[in-house]
Design a protein around this ligand. Sequence first.
Ligand SMILES: Cc1ncc(COP(=O)(O)O)c(C=O)c1O
Length: 441
Amino acid sequence: MTIATIDPDAEPVAARSQDDYFAIAEKNLPGGGLGGYALPDDLRYIIRRGEGSRVQATDGRWFIDYIGGAGANIIGHSHPAVVEAITERTAEGLHFFAILNDAALELSEKLVEHIPCAEKIVFTTTGSEATFFAMRIARAATGREKVLKFEGAYHGTHDYAAISLFPKAAANYPVGSVDTGGMPEAVKGTVLVAPYNDLDTVERIVAEAKDELAAIIVEPVQRIIFPEPGFLAGLREICDRHGIVLIFDEVVTGFRLGLGGGQGRFGVTPDLASFGKIVGGGGPLGCVAGKAELLDRCDPKRKGEPGYAFINGTLHGNPLASVAGLATIGVLEEEGFHDDLFAKSERLKTLLQEVLDRRGVPAICAGRDSFWQILFTPREPRNQIDILAGDSARMRKLDLGLIRRGISILPGTRRFVASVNTEEDFALTAEALDGACKALG
Ligand SMILES: Cc1ncc(COP(=O)(O)O)c(C=O)c1O
């Protein structure tokens, strides 16, 4: 399994040639891609399979994968425990609707056990749905309309999340940038924006908008940016003072920073939290967890009441995703799982920083605890403005150089270490970085 983007010995492993698949993509998919990302033409590949820490393209080439299913694949691809769970369950029905199933109930038990804020949960299909519903529940509970989010934070694709996602400059807080067409004017005014790790600005905005603010939503780790000591606790205190619902978006941090996610890790318990990715073992499942008094607003028996929060979804509590989530959490519960993962992550970061330093590239390998990214900034960023101040053109060039050398990442985004990463993966990644640095000039 040699990795290389250009591997003359690679044998195709799919029915059609890569060029045939590109032609289909270009014909049928906008921009020839699956969503918000596009690689340059000469670096595109089509995945056929994932195995452990690696993915194989249809033309046979292998890549070391740090995209990790956007963070879902914390135990790598096709982990035997997950494969076994899904295989067994598949023969018993892929999907039902509305009627309870045993797998979803067993998963709910695990989620309530591990997530500190979870007195109850409601299932969703995706992380976007989870943040959307968390905001709706907060509005239903407070009778207020506005939500405060942080600049550069990603909460999914719905209208209330598509503000100040990829700002080009600091916002005129609390007015953020609108990152999609098609957003109703009425929505724009309901989303306020503040810089991450900046409690003073949050205080100022809240002082002006407190009577209209239903919620503050925050990623416990915003992309690659860790919270400064006291930041999350400060948000908790501000929310308590003004009767605002504190939502942690744990779609990425949930079960990744530990079984208790960001809230367990940083010792701050929100009122509500959104989850996705790991909780469904990479399958279509997310949830909103939180205080019973808030989640009970979703009780279908309350339909018609003013504070009722409508929640429904065809795939909610899907049994296949539930057994995949249960199997994944089972692996995470093994003694020392997270400590080992974090130690691996440190090892990779050290190796990569050594390469950058040796090559005299003015960049840092940022992040910790299974998050990493190479940034052309002088130090770990505190917020999105620090990231914007970095040399994004060189960062992109270096990232493309890594992809060219067999490392599967998305340019300009944070990457993940998985528990199945090996010392060989890290040595090959360091070698690829060395080549990419040399080519950077
Ligand atoms: C923090 C965070 N929230 C929400 C989402 C949206 O999740 P999904 O893509 O499952 O809708 C993501 C996806 O990457 C995320 O990282």
